[in-house]
Design a protein around this ligand. Structure first.
Ligand code: SF4
Length: 469
């Protein structure tokens, strides 16, 4: 069977196919994924990886991620690592400790290495006062070399309910040129059911303020599958959001895991849409966004054709890391703050996930590392293959063979066999010189990538992942 090669933005929505392949699976913001990190990874391992990353060919640009764990009120769908408080003093204390962490790690990296990407996530970064956020950026700028490349990305996640136009002006002056706003759904019934009341006007004011401040891009997050969501209500939300014309949109599926996330126990299970209804909501989003000119980037993400992500996708230099899709390939990523993850050289590591443990380590002057992993050759090879599938939608054998000294067909014999049903279903083609994801397969990238994941087959590793749809 010969299928046409996909255009990068094509995703013909096929509910029956998605239903058939729905199941738990990793999101592959890393490979191996975080549940496989080990407590044997020590602070010394991290220091060694950081120092080695400064040497020769491995010396590259830096990405920084800062996690701010506080939120003022709990959204019931939330599965993030966050702490609910209105006590601003907790934020002050956190910033002081974050500065200690920055002071401990910055000297490990060669001072000439430029920071091309900075992202503040949470929680709610704008739980901290704008002046505090600006001060944090200034502190980073003192200890790291910020790139003056016009393509540098300094982005921040914002909760539009707790920020105003003046705050946005302060953030823009501090250097932020991208903002990501949580919305989820504008339907008042749904907002009540998830405890997140946020008006269209509030949101529009912040989108406009970001534009007034010449921010390069605004992203809006939506969620399908929330309690009391209906096709009619969600279609209205999509219409309202499209009218705001964000440069990027993320449309996530709600994963109901009340045993893991306490806040989700507030959600009445009978209010959740059925699997059929949930797929219909996703179908609505794909259809509305395609009709409005958005390109499908992959894994829940859409962008306008002129946005950097869509341009990078066309050029074939899209990349994926813990922050999701990015245009900055081959940076070392340094995560700061509670639960933050770093990817330095061939190692991953994660900070303490609980605030008291993170705090105690820094008060004792120690790096707050909880777990990590030194990648072996097989991990590096599979990470490369999975990255190509998730970002390029294909794996050409020759460059992989050259970089890793393998014969692709021999090394991945089992994975290629496991692709057979997906080939049958027209999701992927195994050609002479490459594996090519088809237009039909673009909505199921992680199902395809899972065939190359060695850890899914390991016995005795009960790892919980969200569903693939
Ligand atoms: S969804 Fe965002 S704002 Fe709401 S509780 Fe979670 S992290 Fe906080």
């Amino acid at each position: 069977m010969t299928l046409p090669l996909p255009k990068p933005h094509d995703w013909p929505f096929d509910a029956e196919l998605l239903r058939r392949y729905d199941g738990p699976g990793p999101r592959y913001t890393s490979y191996p994924t975080a549940p496989h990190f080990s407590a044997d990874f020590s602070a010394q391992d991290f220091v060694r990886a950081a120092v080695n990353s400064n040497v020769g060919a491995f010396s590259r640009l830096l990405s920084l991620y800062l996690h701010v764990p506080f939120c003022r009120s709990p959204c019931f769908y939330c599965g993030c690592n966050r702490s609910i408080t209105r006590d601003q003093a907790q934020g002050d204390e956190y910033v002081a400790l974050l500065k200690r962490e920055i002071a401990l790690v910055a000297p490990l990296f060669d001072g000439s290495r430029e920071v091309i990407q900075l992202h503040l996530g949470g929680g709610t970064p704008n739980f901290l006062r704008p002046a505090q956020l600006a001060d944090l950026v200034a502190e980073l700028g003192r200890l790291f070399a910020f790139s003056d490349d016009p393509g540098r990305d300094f982005s921040i996640e914002l909760d539009p309910r707790f920020v105003d136009a003046n705050d946005i002006a302060v953030l823009a002056r501090a250097g932020f040129n991208r903002a990501s706003l949580g919305v989820q759904d504008f339907d008042p019934q749904v907002q009540l059911a998830v405890n997140r009341i946020q008006s269209l006007e509030q949101t529009r004011e912040i989108v406009d303020a970001c534009r007034d401040q010449k921010m390069r891009s605004v992203n809006i997050d939506l969620i399908y599958g929330l309690p009391l969501q209906t096709q009619r209500g969600f279609a209205r939300t999509l219409e309202q959001v499209i009218a705001l014309r964000p440069d990027r949109l993320a449309v996530y599926g709600y994963a109901h895991l009340p045993r893991l996330f306490r806040a989700q126990r507030q959600i009445e299970e009978q209010d959740l849409p059925s699997a059929e209804e949930k797929l219909a909501l996703l179908g609505l989003a794909v259809e509305a966004l395609s009709a409005a000119g958005y390109r499908y980037i992959g894994m829940d993400h859409f962008a306008l054709p002129g946005d950097d992500l869509a341009v990078a996708q066309r050029r074939g230099d899209l990349h994926r890391n813990f922050m999701g899709y990015t245009t900055h390939a081959q940076t070392d990523l340094l995560g700061l703050g509670v639960s933050a993850i770093s990817h330095v050289g061939d190692s991953f590591c994660q900070n303490q996930r609980e605030l008291p443990a993170w705090q105690a380590a820094l008060e004792e002057g120690r790096l707050p590392i909880m777990r990590g992993l030194l990648l072996d050759n097989d991990d590096v090879l599979r990470a490369d293959v999975i990255q190509r599938l998730m970002c390029l939608g294909e794996v050409e054998f020759e460059p992989v063979e050259r970089s890793h000294g393998i014969v692709f067909g021999d090394y991945f014999h089992d994975a290629i066999d496991a692709l057979a049903p997906l080939v049958q279903d027209g999701l992927v083609q195994v050609l002479q010189d490459r594996i090519q994801v088809t237009a039909r397969g673009r909505g199921l990238l992680r199902v395809i990538a899972m065939r190359f994941d060695r850890y899914l087959d390991l016995p005795g590793q009960p790892v919980r992942h969200s569903r693939t749809i």
